[in-house]
Design a protein around this ligand. Sequence first.
Ligand SMILES: O=P(O)(O)OC[C@H]1O[C@@H](O)[C@H](O)[C@@H](O)[C@@H]1O
Length: 315
Amino acid sequence: MLTGHNSASVWDFKAATEITKDRNGIDQVVLRNPQGASARVSLHGAQVTSWRNEQGQELLFTSSKTTFKPPKAARGGIPICFPQFGNCGSLELHGFVRNRMWVIDDNPPPLPANDSDRNTSVDLLLKSSGGDMKSWPHSFEFRLRVSLGTDGDLSLVSRVRNVNGKPFSFSFAYHTYLLVSDISEIRIEGLETLDYLDNLSQKRRITEQGDAITFESEVDRVYLSSPNVIAVLDHERKRTFLIRKEGLPDVAVWNPWVKKSKAMADFGVNEYKHMVCVDGAVIEKPVNLKPGKEWTGRLHLSFVPSSFCSERLGL
Ligand SMILES: O=P(O)(O)OC[C@H]1O[C@@H](O)[C@H](O)[C@@H](O)[C@@H]1O
């Protein structure tokens, strides 16, 4: 993939994208960058199922019990929740697009230049289908671009176009399962003092009091109107995930802890210790999209040594 160019070596970004099959024969796209970082995206659900740094270390959690068998979304990686987040509507939990087969979009409408510079990327597309229109009677085109930067950062850009004659509303989330050393040692910064809806007490609105979010029991919350940079600090591994987002005002935070883990067939009993979901989302005030209009929601994930963090980010 390194090709000669004026006697210097240049990376062939197109060739750094490979289509392979997963263990169930489903197509998946593998993205690689020149330094050895990689990401994997399944056409089932357009779900990112792996993101590795240049040392080959996995950064996203995937349950050892997940089968990756359609139609159910794999438990881990980054499922896309659309057109409904959670159970806040009449559709299946988190909506249906994570359970559908997407296609590779070879000719996507252009994105601004800074979304495509120096990245290896893939564009996926899902169009509304007759079956789904029985439960959600709206025509849409959903485009997802997944990009791996030369710095190993992972970007997801979702574009939803209303190709209906009428407006429609939706909620949305990048349901991001981060892999962590020990949930009891994790701090999330950037959500302090915000209001959240607590899914464990009938979506009651509560104001966060702590100076960071920490975990000592099940957490299932939607933080409202959050800043666009959130940090997830993993003290034991001396590393921090940075979550940057645009068009995604809310952040869902979830860890099932012991009791709920036992009730989930596709989740190992102790696996809750090694994951936290921190989702850039639009939940409280759904997007209302007029005919012919497009909505964009961007997520940018990076991974830095802890020493880099809080003060330099102004968190
Ligand atoms: O089991 P699923 O459909 O992947 O959902 C997992 C969890 O996702 C979280 O975002 C929800 O707030 C939880 O209530 C839910 O249990």
